[in-house]
Design a protein around this ligand. Structure first.
Ligand SMILES: C[S@@+](CC[C@H](N)C(=O)[O-])C[C@H]1O[C@@H](n2cnc3c(N)ncnc32)[C@H](O)[C@@H]1O
Length: 253
């Protein structure tokens, strides 16, 4: 058993395991796009083998993380936490990638998970992706109680301040203690999501993390991870203080 396997082995006893072979439903949406450059940068500089994604939806960002992990590791895992129930925000949207039609309601209940599973199999990632169908707080706490130690935690579930603050707090405890460069990445850091901005800044301040930004991605990086910080800046990431002045973000939007 590799070191990575030993980190996720306790999950099996609770019924969380790689998807494995199964149906591919042609009626379910293909997914593409997403923050490929930012995820590529994070993987290139921090070389993770175990990533926890919080908020997977149809699998678009999971495919990006999985692609980067597969390119660099013979043994890797991507643990995906999601209720696969959508959100209040998604219930109000129609059409396109985030529209509520993608929930595929049956008897009023979402069957979105089948789209995620189909897309993981389409991407040949079914042996490495471990779905955890729980709400984010329970999922993160459960992973920690099982001894899961992540190199990267990617947060893109609920977008209100209280939820993101909790997700980051729980993610902090999930960082691999054997990896001094283990980091957290939050999606949707920008003016459209003031709760995300406020939660990132508050938690980064509390945990004394540096915040680096690329597009809408915010990386919360340990101060001592000098090499990671320098390499991200060399790749075009910007320290939060610089961007905050530019866009006029305040600490309490
Ligand atoms: C914005 S989507 C994620 C998009 C995905 N990362 C991508 O790039 O394709 C948000 C997802 O978070 C899930 N979600 C929202 N609130 C949640 C919560 N409190 N716990 C678990 N999942 C949640 C929703 O079901 C949805 O699938």
């Amino acid at each position: 058993m590799s070191a990575e396997d030993s980190h996720i082995q306790p999950l099996r006893g609770l019924g969380f395991a790689p998807l494995g072979p199964g149906p591919i439903d042609d009626a379910r949406s293909h997914v593409s796009g997403g923050p490929a450059e930012a995820i590529g940068d994070i993987c290139a500089v921090s070389l993770p083998s175990l990533v926890v994604e919080v908020g997977s939806w149809q699998g678009r960002s999971a495919i990006l993380w999985g692609g980067e992990l597969a390119a660099r590791n013979t043994s890797w895992s991507l643990v995906c936490i999601d209720s696969w129930l959508g959100s209040d925000r998604i219930r109000r949207l129609t059409g396109g990638e985030w529209g509520m039609e993608n929930l595929h309601l049956v008897d009023g209940y979402p069957t979105l998970y089948a789209t995620f599973a189909t897309n993981m199999r389409r991407a040949n990632m079914e042996h490495n992706v471990i779905p955890v169908p729980l709400d984010s707080a329970q999922g993160l706490a459960l992973l920690q109680s099982c001894g899961v130690a992540a190199d990267v935690i990617y947060i893109d579930a609920a977008h209100d301040f209280a939820s993101v603050r909790t997700d980051i707090e729980l993610a902090l405890a999930l960082r691999n203690p054997g990896n001094s460069a283990a980091l957290i990445v939050c999606d949707d850091f920008g003016p459209n999501y003031p709760g995300v901005v406020r939660a990132v800044l508050e938690q980064a301040g509390r945990a004394r993390l540096r915040v680096l930004l690329r597009d809408q991605q915010a990386a919360l990086v340990p101060r001592e991870a000098d090499v990671v910080i320098t390499e991200l800046i060399n790749r075009g990431w910007v320290e939060q203080a610089t961007r905050r002045r530019k866009f006029g973000f305040s600490r309490r939007p």
